[in-house]
Design a protein around this ligand. Structure first.
Ligand SMILES: NC(=O)c1ccc[n+]([C@@H]2O[C@H](COP(=O)([O-])OP(=O)(O)OC[C@H]3O[C@@H](n4cnc5c(N)ncnc54)[C@H](OP(=O)(O)O)[C@@H]3O)[C@@H](O)[C@H]2O)c1
Length: 271
């Protein structure tokens, strides 16, 4: 039995489909009620209020843990008491490269490492699916706006993160490992908009925002330190942040999927 937190998200939703298709019994956790694939059961619970996860964790073998809430010690204690042996944390590359900006992932990583559970940490960079931020403006007037038009980063397909998570949750050999997860190549915002245009078969106008315009927009849905960290990474990435890592290919036995592939599979959002 595997407990998946964040089960309705870009990563969690894909993970639910992989695990249930493989015949695993799965408990899906998110705050809002949701449909889950056949073979799974949904629990409405908030990671910020761990007591609500107690029954979901009882009798489970493994936990896929999202960074949500202040810190995860109580959740990890409940997991251990409920019989969970393995935890896989969905952290962020920022925890390693920009720890001052990414305090929550740093805190969650430390707690997972200090727990009595067998742990694995996944540190993805930016997701291909962050381009959903353009969905409304591309649907409405075929426009995509972003800062730092020509700065490339090796964004990753959330479906690849889910596939890595499924492997690490189900197979031995990953205990005590921290995996940096990237896509197959650095891609710039302008190139991402062009890939969506190509998939649509129609032009998409790219508008380069100033740093300040982007900052104001991001502050509406992200805390300030994370906004500053994200702007620093997307505007002035280090060589390490731009580097393509080997972990996805090593774990899955195939290269990570390109942004254009994600755009073609998720075209309905942009039509
Ligand atoms: N996007 C990036 O570039 C990036 C990069 C590195 C790491 N990450 C990490 O990856 C995580 C997952 O990304 P994603 O794109 O799959 O997220 P997403 O699509 O926004 O989905 C988040 C999921 O978590 C659930 N959730 C949120 N807060 C919760 C809480 N307090 N308690 C229980 N469930 C909660 C949501 O459902 P409800 O709203 O119903 O609760 C949903 O199922 C992010 O949260 C972030 O920590 C993201």
């Amino acid at each position: 039995m595997i407990v998946v937190t964040g089960a309705t998200g870009n990563v969690g939703g894909a993970l639910m489909r992989i695990l249930t298709a493989a015949g695993e019994r799965v408990r899906a956790v998110s705050r809002h009620p949701a449909e889950v694939p056949a073979g799974a059961r949904h629990w409405s619970a908030d990671l910020a209020e761990p007591a609500g996860l107690k029954t979901a964790l009882e009798g489970a073998d493994a936990l896929f843990l999202l960074v949500a809430g202040e810190e995860p010690r109580e959740v990890l204690d409940l997991a251990e008491a409920g019989g969970v042996r393995r935890v896989v944390l969905l952290s962020s590359q920022g925890a390693g490269f920009r720890p001052d900006a990414y305090r929550h992932p740093v805190t969650f990583e430390a707690a997972v490492r200090a727990s009595g559970l067998e742990w694995t940490i996944l540190r993805p960079g930016g997701f291909h699916s962050n381009s959903y931020a353009w969905a409304a403006s591309i649907r409405a007037n075929r426009t995509a706006a972003a800062p730092f038009a020509d700065v490339g980063l090796p964004t990753i397909d959330p479906a690849d993160i889910a596939e890595v998570a499924a492997a690490v949750l189900r197979e031995p050999g990953h205990a005590g490992r921290t995996y940096e997860l990237t896509g197959p190549a650095a891609i710039t915002p302008r190139e991402r908009a062009a890939a969506i245009a190509e998939a649509l078969g129609e032009p998409v106008r790219f508008v380069e925002q100033t740093r300040e315009e982007a900052r104001e927009e991001m502050l509406r849905f992200m805390p300030e330190p994370v906004v500053e960290g994200t702007l620093a990474i997307t505007g002035d990435p280090t060589a390490a942040e731009q580097k393509v890592g080997p972990a996805v290919a090593q774990i899955l036995g195939r290269p990570p999927r390109a942004f254009a592939d994600w755009a073609r599979r998720n075209l309905a959002a942009f039509r």
